[in-house]
Design a protein. Structure first.
Length: 114
């Protein structure tokens, strides 16, 4: 079955960095675009970044553009989110997702606080 396992979250000070990872299994990973979403307490889940199946095209929410970088390794079936210059408003649970399918992992908590 489809599995998405996120990791790499934690507590970081404002201005710090984290690298999130998502391990995918149960489908042909290289055939699908992948996304990172996040959900902050009391807010709706929002799309943060997306990457095409080949990795050639990426897109970002305006709130993270220039600070976050999405990447993937199709051989390892992994998608990553490098997050720099973190802000308190980036605090959320972060999820990866396969394009067009409603499969979600357990998410990984990112907390940005001094």
């Amino acid at each position: 079955q489809v599995q998405l396992v996120e990791s790499g979250g934690g507590l970081v000070q404002p201005g710090g960095s984290l690298r999130l990872s998502c391990a995918a299994s149960g489908f042909t990973f290289s055939g699908y675009a992948m996304m990172w979403y996040r959900q902050a307490p009391g807010k709706e889940r929002e799309l943060v970044a997306s990457i095409a199946s080949t990795g050639g095209t990426t897109n970002y929410a305006d709130s993270v553009k220039g600070r976050f970088t999405i990447s993937r390794d199709n051989a390892k079936k992994m998608v990553y989110l490098q997050m720099n210059s973190l802000r308190p408003e980036d605090t959320a649970v972060y999820y990866c997702k396969r394009h067009l399918f409603n499969n979600w992992g357990q998410g990984t908590q990112v907390t940005v606080s001094s």
